[in-house]
Design a protein around this ligand. Structure first.
Ligand code: ASP
Ligand code: MG
Length: 463
């Protein structure tokens, strides 16, 4: 069987955990699987590099942070017993000095800053992948680094670059063709057509695993993390969330988008097109099956699979008699927000067309209000549109499941539970996929809502 194994920051937070990762790799190789490994930066490193970047840009004091990152890597190298590895020693020195030289070249607050920052962030993955491949070699596993920038081709949207799939797949295939050594691939990174470093978005190494998996036609993509797969609800809110054994790609996307931060949503795209299952597993409990995400799953009577939530959202309500039957109001509304990069998390419009409401992050409400006032100045002045209302401190909750499509009564059940708990629902939306019923409640009532729903949907005998 051919597999990709991806290990994220929490799985490689320190020397002990890195050794654990090596034993997972060894075990997989011993079961005679052909594998490729994708790795992210060590835990906290990308965050620390981002901080350095913004500090340098803002002219703030940075003298302590960079040495700290280098020392952290040095310590890990020592603890892994690799301090006598001449090759790693040389590479580490070289990378460290490249990083040191990169810092003063910060262009300040310009568009080039993002380009400079992506280059800066790439050191996180370059360090970790170098160290892991040296460690594997010290264990007589013939591993080598694959700098993903050589093969993953992206556009120039620094910070969350768009991947050109076909060109990347072609390059990946021809690169791998003549290589028999185990490839340790830097996640998160790509390069544009001019060879400039790009990154695929925070947590993007999951996505890298899926891109390489699709290019190499693997049988499975394993995402190794620090929880037992995807859970039925956030453990912060419910006492005993269960690990979900199987999900469809669509269900996984619905859950991921609304807050179950186990897997980076675009990861599903390459896997979905190639029908490659993604298995989410726990590095601390490799014996557990984790969650399998695939094209189909057997519906064993479970209509819903999980509840996800995001707290601290704001709801903007726009209403007015002048909106009824008028064409283009929504188009203008969402265009003016999108033009300034505001992401809308939920939308609901009543059939009367008299009101539209939508959820955004609180830090974006002021800008959103300004944009709306501007766009609809004429209508507001003429009282076609009433003054815009904002509600803060709200939570978005989504109940997700493939089985809801054809099962009457789920929405009824969900809102009955909320009614029984005397929880007021601020807004409702059901995704067009019918796999998701989303609603908004007050932050202070979200936990109670999730607990009550979890109890009814997942803790009683399966429905
Ligand atoms: N190191 C990158 C990040 O922290 C990518 C990843 O961890 O997946 O966002
Ligand atoms: Mg991650």
């Amino acid at each position: 069987m051919k597999k990709i194994l991806k290990f994220g920051g929490s799985s490689i937070a320190n020397a002990e955990r890195i050794k654990n990762v090596v034993s997972i790799i060894e075990n997989t190789l011993n079961s005679s699987h052909e594998i490729f490994v994708v790795i992210s930066a060590f835990q906290g490193v990308t965050d620390a590099l981002i901080k350095i970047g913004t500090n340098v840009r803002d002219g703030k004091h940075t003298e302590t942070s960079l040495p700290e990152i280098l020392v952290k890597h040095e310590e890990i190298i020592m603890q892994l017993g690799l301090d006598t590895d001449m090759e790693l020693g040389t590479v580490f020195k070289q990378l460290s000095s490249e990083l040191e030289q990169h810092i003063p070249r910060c262009p300040g607050a310009s568009i080039d800053f993002k380009m400079w920052q992506d280059e800066l962030l790439s050191f996180g993955e370059l360090f970790s992948a170098r160290i892991l491949s040296a460690l594997l070699r010290s264990k007589r596993i013939d591993a080598e680094l694959l700098d993903a920038r050589k093969v993953v081709v992206t556009d120039s949207d620094y910070g969350s670059a768009y991947v050109h799939y076909q060109r990347s797949y072609d390059r990946i295939r021809s690169y791998i063709m003549n290589r028999s050594r185990l490839q340790i691939i830097t996640g998160f990174l790509g390069a544009n057509e001019y060879g400039k470093t790009t990154t695929l978005g925070r947590s993007g190494s999951d996505y890298s695993a899926s891109i390489f998996g699709a290019a190499l036609n693997v049988d499975e993509i394993e995402i190794w993390t620090d929880v037992d797969g995807i859970l039925t609800a956030n453990p912060k809110f419910v006492n005993e969330p269960r690990s979900i054994s199987e999900l469809t790609y669509e269900e996984a996307m619905e859950l991921a988008h609304a807050g179950a931060k186990v897997i980076f949503p675009p990861t599903m795209i390459p896997a979905l097109y190639k029908h490659i299952p993604i298995i989410v597993k726990n590095t601390f409990h490799p014996e557990l099956p984790g969650t399998r995400i695939a094209q189909d799953r057997i519906l064993e009577g479970e209509v819903t699979v999980g509840i996800s939530s995001v707290s601290n959202v704001s709801l903007i309500r726009m209403q007015g008699a002048g909106m009824v039957g008028v064409k283009g109001i929504n188009a203008r509304l969402f265009t003016c927000l999108a033009d300034k990069g505001i992401s809308v998390m939920l939308v609901s419009q009543a059939f009367s067309e008299h009101s539209t409401c939508f959820a955004v992050k609180p830090e974006e409400t002021n800008l959103a209000l300004m944009l709306i006032d501007d766009e609809f100045a004429k209508e507001i002045k003429a009282k076609y549109i009433d003054s815009i209302l904002v509600d803060n401190e709200l939570s978005l909750v989504a109940v997700v499941g493939e089985g809801m499509q054809n099962t009457p009564g789920i929405a009824g059940l969900v809102f009955e539970v909320l009614g029984r708990e005397r929880i007021n629902v601020e807004a409702i939306a059901q995704g067009s996929s019918k796999r998701n019923i989303s609603f908004i409640v007050h932050d202070s009532e979200a936990q109670r809502a999730i607990q009550a729903l979890h109890q009814v949907l997942f803790e009683r005998t399966p429905r």
